[in-house]
Ligand binder design. Structure first.
Ligand SMILES: [Zn+2]
Length: 446
């Protein structure tokens, strides 16, 4: 099975790509339009430099080759979602080409990434189609992969990781209209490929591809042939349906866009400082702090903010001690902290430094971190968390068989350790729980 994706990412610019209409929000249908984005005769586009800058950042993220100069083309087609009947896009000179994205150890080759404007949206209502041009002219980057993805679940995994990295580099909001749309190309061994157009949402991408894989396999098994075609994904019925025979690039007429001229991409690329990608940070955590790959990934995948916090703590108290607090009480209360991780960072570092200097013990440090992160009252946490010994004894009384099991194997203690960790919600460090549980079980089985 070979899967290739074309991912359309709306870019978070304030205005549209070629006019000054707002790119976000709406004042109802066709509230954000002007003669420019409506392609009225006599109007001329002017390029939004911010869109090019973001395009370059994404091309860098995807390890693409960035051209020295680029220009736009008019992709001529007749469909009411673009009322001037051509879409301004990049054809010969994409903003990036020949890149690669590493999904874990697997390289997914990136054919190209190009800038283009979004067309308007069409809503069908009975026999009538309503067109809203608010979306028309919003900048997009279209990322095209080689067919290197080998399963629907891998496609979802790839998109999840890619989106996380894109969000880190260009601050794309998590939801709203600026979501991504994906065209999914899939072929079974030796067969023609089909393209499922305009799938939104990562779950739907996986579902649409799974449906196609099953459908195509059935057709081939029953002696049929897959015809190259474009299909639609019906989110309600969770099926794909044939739309039209696949058009080829040569079916479109591309002509150079004369009004925008040549863009000096090199000078824009040289002037941009890009943030470190999550992959780079994962590598750096291993190299600079001696973390193993799994741990570095776990921290970065939770959040780049957690990685940042880890570094700040590690610089003061060393990587190993920092890891104890970051993977313990900080990770277990991450949901509460995430929104204000920056604001609480210095206080968190201070608490761990107090522990390092011996001014507070393990339990106090855990409780103070939890109180700071959750905003709960310290006294409340102490009384609820209670005495660690009491919590362990309670867990043992709820699992009395563990005492006999422990006589046979020390591993039985893990059941109690797991239960206590869950019950105490990160109040105690895991090493404290392990130590105390073993001590109490040894006393009981003595
Ligand atoms: Zn406009």
């Amino acid at each position: 099975m070979r899967i290739g994706l074309e991912i359309h990412v709306q870019l978070p610019t304030r205005s549209k790509m070629f006019c000054s209409c707002p790119a976000a929000g709406s004042d109802g249908p066709n509230g954000h339009i002007c003669p420019g984005c409506m392609g009225m005769p006599g109007t001329r586009p002017s390029l939004n430099r911010a869109a090019v800058e973001i395009g370059v950042k994404l091309a860098k993220l995807l390890n693409c080759t960035i051209p020295d100069v680029a220009w736009f083309s008019r992709k001529v087609y007749f469909y009411p979602d673009i009322c001037r009947h051509f879409q301004v896009t990049q054809y010969e000179t994409p903003i990036g080409s020949g890149g690669v994205y590493h999904l874990g150890k697997k390289p997914i080759r990136i054919t190209r990434a190009h800038l283009e404007e979004d067309p308007g949206s069409i809503k069908k209502s009975g026999d009538t189609a309503l067109i809203d041009y608010n979306r028309s002219g919003i900048p997009l980057v279209e990322i095209v992969t080689e067919p290197d993805i080998s399963s629907p679940s891998e496609a979802r995994e790839f998109l999840t990781a890619l989106l996380r990295d894109i969000r880190h580099v260009v601050d794309i909001p998590d939801d709203g209209e600026r979501s991504i749309r994906v065209d999914c190309n899939i072929s079974m061994a030796g067969s023609e490929r089909c393209e499922v157009k305009n799938v939104t949402g990562l779950k739907n991408v996986e579902r649409a591809l799974t449906y196609e894989a099953v459908r195509q396999t059935k057709v081939i098994k029953s002696g049929g042939k897959i015809v190259r075609e474009t299909r639609h994904y019906d989110e309600e019925r969770k099926v794909t349906t044939g739309a039209r025979k696949k058009e080829f690039e040569s079916d479109y007429a591309y002509i150079g866009e004369p009004d925008l001229g040549v863009i000096n991409v090199r000078s824009i690329a040289d002037s941009i400082v890009t943030k470190e990608s999550p992959l780079d940070v994962t590598k750096r955590l291993q190299k600079e702090y001696g973390l193993d790959e799994r741990m570095a990934k776990q921290i970065v995948n939770t959040s780049m903010l957690l990685a940042d916090l880890f570094e700040h703590i590690a610089k003061r108290i060393g990587a190993q001690s920092a890891l104890t607090w970051v993977t313990g009480p900080i990770s277990s209360n991450w949901k509460a902290l995430e929104k204000d991780a920056g604001g609480k960072r210095d206080d968190i570092v201070d608490i761990t430094v107090m522990h390092k200097e011996g001014r507070i013990n393990d339990i106090e440090c855990s409780m103070r971190l939890k109180a700071l992160i959750t905003g709960e009252d310290l006294g409340g946490i102490e009384s609820r968390g209670g005495d660690l010994d009491a919590l362990i004894r309670k867990a043992i009384s709820e699992n009395p068989s563990v005492i006999d099991d422990h006589r046979k194997s020390e591993k039985a203690a893990n059941r109690i350790i797991g239960a206590v960790m869950k019950a105490s919600g990160g109040t105690y460090s895991s090493s404290d729980i392990v130590e105390a549980t073993k001590r109490i079980l040894n006393e009981m089985t003595g």
